[in-house]
Design a protein around this ligand. Structure first.
Ligand code: ADP
Length: 484
């Protein structure tokens, strides 16, 4: 069992409407630690009825919440943020137990996740409208912002805390209610958030969590006319399916989908900085983020030098159980993820790539895979077009700026891109030429509360975090005031 300061944070129950529903081990869904295979606990196996109930209660409670002042809502969300910070170690331990990422990295995620609550508690009070000069003398044009209403959220397992706070923070700050379906692999991080939301004084019924069959729950969420917005983070396949399911009720949509991030190292780059940036851009969360470098393009003149520097850093990564001191790389989430990276490596080697380091399962066994670098990657290899989502770094060689921009953009995705150069003119030129929602120039990890996160093309719709993140949960209403 996990050794928590506050064991009540690991709760085998979910809040639905105004009640908590406890898991029955006979019918509930087990959650296992991906590192050890140990049972973490059970969550209830719920379906259509409870989803409908949660939506109905959300619709009842949201109006009183929206009628409160922005400052009153802000205070609750601020308190929620403080409780996350106060319970950082316990929340991180729950996260490591169910997701596998190293404890230090899990603590980092809790701080990052809490930061969205802090940011949106602040932004709640800045939902400014506008006044517009009217074309008729006795009229006034006023635009106000109002909450969209009931929001459904579906979240992934790679950031079990932060992907929820990045949605629930702005939704609740705006005055919405939320019904959340967390990933089946990581429900306990979501539940712990709800326990703390209750303690922070969030009115009952505003945040429900439904665990159970994804397609059934998602089906009710998307079909419901009461739900006015769906916010989803996950794969492009599921995202586009949900997009279609939302069409009949014309919902607002926020979709944070897959990526295929290019990471470009030009001849004039600071190679030490680039190797360090590539290390964290690629291997953070064991390569399991949608903004992880997927294709590393290195200009011919520095290809060998970069490969050497990068390999030295990758070889020093500590692969271990997430609770082991000094762990930097944990297990992959499940056996399918391991099979996928094995398939990517075999495909590349079969087409002429060579292994610089790694390339196989780790001696630790189970879901552990060696941090891997491949040389001589080409556009014919599967990872050129498919997200790896694991610890495999393919190095592609290029000659000219025009060639690498074309290669970088030659994908259906458009989430994050990175490049390293010391040339100022090139920095602007390449930033503008990349068809991506986010670009890191001499920076390999760029997500932050203050900046709008999101993609173009098949990587999704809308932005999260930043000022824009609040707008996503609000509608603008135009009021025309005429004199009587
Ligand atoms: P991954 O392959 O990384 O798990 P998914 O897109 O499958 O990514 O999962 C992201 C979230 O979407 C999870 O909460 C998952 O349970 C949910 N999900 C998967 N399939 C469906 C579906 N058909 N309807 C609704 N939600 C789904």
């Amino acid at each position: 069992m996990l050794n928590l300061n506050d064991p009540t944070l690991l709760r085998e129950a979910v809040p639905v409407g105004t009640k908590w529903i406890a898991a029955d081990p006979a019918t509930g869904t087990p959650v296992y630690n991906p590192s050890t295979g140990d049972l973490v606990g059970y969550v209830p196996n719920l379906g259509a009825n409870k989803t409908e109930e949660a939506i109905a209660v959300a619709d009842k409670t949201r109006r009183d919440w929206a009628a409160q002042t922005a400052k009153a809502r802000s205070k609750v969300i601020r308190r929620w943020y403080e409780l996350l910070v106060e319970n950082q170690d316990d929340l991180a331990a729950i996260l490591t137990a169910e997701q596998g990422k190293p404890f230090a990295e899990a603590k980092g995620e809790i701080a990052y996740g809490a930061g969205f609550l802090e940011w949106f508690a602040e932004e709640a009070r800045r939902a400014y409208g506008e006044t517009i000069p009217a074309p008729i003398a006795d009229r006034r044009i006023v635009v106000i912002k109002q909450p969209v209403g009931v929001v459904a959220a579906i979240t992934p397992w790679n950031f079990p805390n932060a992907m929820i706070t990045r949605k629930a923070g702005p939704a609740l700050a705006a005055g919405c209610a939320m019904v959340l379906k967390p990933a089946p692999q990581t429900p306990f991080s979501a539940i712990a958030l709800a326990v703390l939301a209750e303690r922070a004084g969030l009115p009952s019924g505003l945040l429900s969590i439904i665990t159970g069959d994804a397609a059934e729950i998602g089906g009710v969420m998307t079909a419901s006319p009461t739900v006015r917005k769906l916010t989803f983070t996950g794969s492009t396949g599921v995202g586009s399916l949900l997009y279609g399911q939302c069409a009949p009720t014309v919902k607002k949509l926020g979709l944070e989908l897959g990526g295929n991030a290019p990471f470009i190292v030009f001849d004039d780059a600071d190679l030490d900085l680039a190797a360090e940036g590539a290390l964290w851009s690629k291997f953070r969360n064991n390569g399991q983020t949608c903004v992880c470098a997927n294709r590393i393009y290195v200009q011919a003149g520095v290809y060998d030098a970069f490969a050497d520097k990068f390999a030295e850093k990758v070889n020093s990564l500590e692969v271990a159980d997430g609770f082991a001191p000094g762990a930097q790389i944990g297990p992959l989430i499940d056996d399918n993820a391991v099979a996928k990276v094995e398939r990517h490596v075999a495909d590349a080697v079969g087409k002429g790539a060579s292994i610089v380091t790694g390339g196989a399962k780790h001696d630790l066994g189970g879901k552990f895979f060696q941090p891997t670098i491949l040389r001589d990657a080409t556009a014919e290899m599967v990872f050129a077009s498919e997200e790896i989502f694991g610890p495999v770094a393919p190095l592609f060689k290029f000659e000219t700026e025009a060639e690498v921009i074309a290669a970088a953009n030659d994908t259906e995705y458009g989430l994050a891109a990175y490049f390293y150069t010391k040339d100022m003119a090139r920095s602007w030129r390449v930033s503008e030429a990349l068809d991506y929602g986010m670009v890191g120039v001499n920076a390999g990890v760029i997500a932050t509360h203050e900046a709008p996160f999101g993609g173009v093309k098949m990587s999704g719709l809308g932005r999260e975090g930043a000022r824009q993140g609040l707008d996503e949960f609000m509608e603008e209403k135009y009021i025309c005031m005429a004199d009587v």
